[in-house]
Ligand binder design. Structure first.
Ligand code: FHN
Length: 403
């Protein structure tokens, strides 16, 4: 199976934003937003000791939710490394925890049959050669801005660390660079592909990991595009993956209880698959290493829906048919799945399916939906709405393929 094939089959992954900023517990950009110096930010490094870090629990939660790949931040914009890099001392080796965090993460994912993904930030607010730009914590420090910074030295560091990540941990299935979009000015501080050495970087990545999937954020096109915190209006003409948060924050944000409902999260997953895309749903573990209870309840609810409806997601994609209002179609061969985002409403009119549907059933309990009365209202009455886990009323409609 090619890399894109598993990606399109699996459809649903877990994003994990975790680092010393998790101790600040208010945003992964805390160093930039609060203009912290390295010395001020060191209080989190000095106290990073995730005694409740059990990556197998992360992997089990991901798998139970229906996710089939997990992507962990190896280094975020703060420059702090979750592995013992030979190229810097700014790593987990120099914290009270002291041990590599990537190896147990990778092992836990593999033990749970999940694909392994690394996130790696191009941006680095700690490296002495990384330019001071509009988002750098020292953006107001005239003396720091005046100091010479040679991005070619940072480029060498970036490539060297990516080499470490792709040679120390066996097969890595997926790489999420962050962030510099192809051909746009949106490259924060005006840095672009040439600054990162993007062509050489991706050539090295593919040489080291021939089957890896790489995203589009190293400044040049990759294997998939990455709409962030929005759902595209339709198929994007290439593999794509929407990365979404549970509550608007990527890192652990203790006082933020603005979590999306399980119903909305399921609909985001369905919506994405109906447009030939994936959903990468983020969790931000605490500074002790645990996925927070609010996130766990959402993952469990999605998992309950997936337990009954997985076949309308896994291996599915966009349909050639146009779904009625407030519905989505996902399709896999001659299996068409009609997802009703709101019900009961009196009838579902499927004129373009006239004569094509041989049989219909409610996916959650395999109960027949008699076509002449394919009326979710009656279905809802018969099946006790509570029987419908969060999300959608999904009908399986085996359709005759057009001759
Ligand atoms: O600035 C980052 C942000 O913290 C987060 O990592 C997201 C995830 O896609 N990427 C950048 C914003 O686009």
């Amino acid at each position: 199976m090619t890399a894109t094939e598993w990606f399109r089959r699996d459809r649903f992954g877990m994003f994990v934003h975790w680092g010393v900023y998790s101790l600040a517990a208010r945003h992964e950009w805390v160093k930039s937003r609060e203009r912290m110096t390295d010395a001020e930010y060191q209080r989190y490094v000095d106290r990073f000791d995730p005694d409740l870090f059990y990556p197998r629990e992360w992997a089990r939660s991901a798998r139970a939710a229906g996710m089939r790949y997990v992507v962990l931040t190896t280094k975020h914009h703060d420059g702090f490394c979750l592995w013992d890099s030979a190229l810097t001392d700014y790593t987990v080796a120099n914290t009270p925890h002291g041990r590599d965090l990537l190896a147990p993460f990778v092992e836990a994912c593999r033990d749970e049959g999940l694909k392994v993904g690394f996130y790696h930030s191009l941006i680095d607010w700690h490296h002495p050669s990384f330019p001071i730009d509009g988002i750098h914590p020292q953006r107001d420090d005239e003396e720091a801005k005046a100091a010479p910074r040679d991005i070619s030295q940072y480029r060498e560091y970036l490539h060297g660390q990516v080499r470490e990540l792709l040679t120390r941990y066996g097969t890595i299935d997926y790489l999420f660079f962050d962030f510099s979009y192809p051909g746009t000015s949106h490259t924060w501080g005006g840095k672009g592909a040439e600054d990162w050495g993007a062509e050489e970087l991706l050539a090295m990545v593919r040489e080291l990991q021939p089957d890896i999937l790489v995203n589009d954020r190293a400044g040049i096109p990759g294997d998939f595009v990455t709409p962030e915190q929005y759902q595209p209006s339709g198929p994007m003409g290439t593999a794509w993956e929407a990365c979404q948060t549970l509550n608007g924050s990527w890192g652990y944000d203790r006082d933020n209880f603005d979590y999306k409902s399980p119903e909305l999260l399921v609909r985001m997953l369905v919506d994405g698959v109906s447009k030939d895309g994936n959903l990468l749903l983020n969790v931000g573990p605490t500074g002790r290493g645990q996925i927070d209870p609010e996130a766990e309840t959402r993952l469990a609810a999605i998992g309950e829906w997936m337990r009954l409806h997985e076949r309308s997601i896994r291996g599915c994609g966009a349909s050639e048919y146009v779904a009625p209002a407030d519905c989505r179609y996902t399709q896999n061969g001659d299996r068409l799945y009609l997802h009703l985002f709101s019900w009961p409403f009196k009838h579902v009119h499927l004129p373009e399916l006239a004569g094509k549907v041989r049989y219909a059933q409610l996916l959650s309990d395999a109960s027949e939906i008699r076509l002449e009365e394919a009326d979710p209202n009656r279905v809802a009455e018969n099946t006790q709405p509570g029987a419908q886990p969060a999300g959608t009323l999904t009908l399986a409609l085996p359709v005759r393929r057009p001759e």
